[in-house]
Design a protein around this ligand. Structure first.
Ligand SMILES: Nc1nc2c([nH]c(=O)n2[C@H]2C[C@H](O)[C@@H](COP(=O)(O)OP(=O)(O)OP(=O)(O)O)O2)c(=O)[nH]1
Ligand SMILES: [Mg+2]
Length: 143
């Protein structure tokens, strides 16, 4: 008989997601509400999404920000900031968070999602996925 001595949840897979905090000149950060029909619908998140095979996290963000927000960013403007490593019920999330202060185009929610510019001290007013809680604390200290 084998006994599993590991404590807690054992994730069956790791999901690699790339996310970005867009920062405006007033040091506010853009968050977007996850649309109905997606997992964690209604929670507020940093823009981004799953890194597809053959992509770097930077390439994934260039693609996702075009798809989700209609803006162009260049990989060179993405500054690595921190990361989330969090075990959900059915997967482990690995999510680098970049900062980006420069983009081209008007922010346009392309998927009907709500977006908001929020001061870092007010981010706590918006329910976010549990993986994001430490990221919010770091943004509050840094920005
Ligand atoms: N984009 C983003 N995803 C987050 C954050 N926090 C967090 O736990 N996640 C989780 C939610 C999802 O399980 C996963 C992102 O997956 P997603 O479904 O939004 O990915 P995607 O944009 O590629 O969308 P899809 O094409 O798969 O529908 O990461 C966050 O701040 N931003
Ligand atoms: Mg997404």
């Amino acid at each position: 008989m084998s006994v599993d001595l590991r404590q807690g949840k054992i994730p069956e897979k790791t999901v690699f997601v790339s996310a970005v905090a867009l920062v405006d000149i007033d040091h506010r950060v853009l968050i977007a509400q996850r649309p109905e029909g997606k997992s964690m619908a209604g929670l507020w998140e940093f823009p981004g999404g799953k890194v597809e095979p053959g992509e770097t996290p930077e390439m994934a963000l260039v693609r996702e920000l075009k798809e989700e927000l209609g803006i162009d960013i260049t990989e060179s403007c993405l500054a690595p900031f921190t990361f989330a490593s969090f075990t959900y019920d059915d997967f482990h999330l690995m999510m680098p968070l970049y900062l980006c202060r420069v983009w081209k185009g008007e922010i346009t929610p392309m998927e009907g999602q709500k977006v908001k510019w929020v001061r870092p001290v007010r981010l706590g007013d918006y329910p976010m996925p549990p993986a994001d809680v430490p990221l919010v604390a770091m943004l509050r200290d840094f920005l």
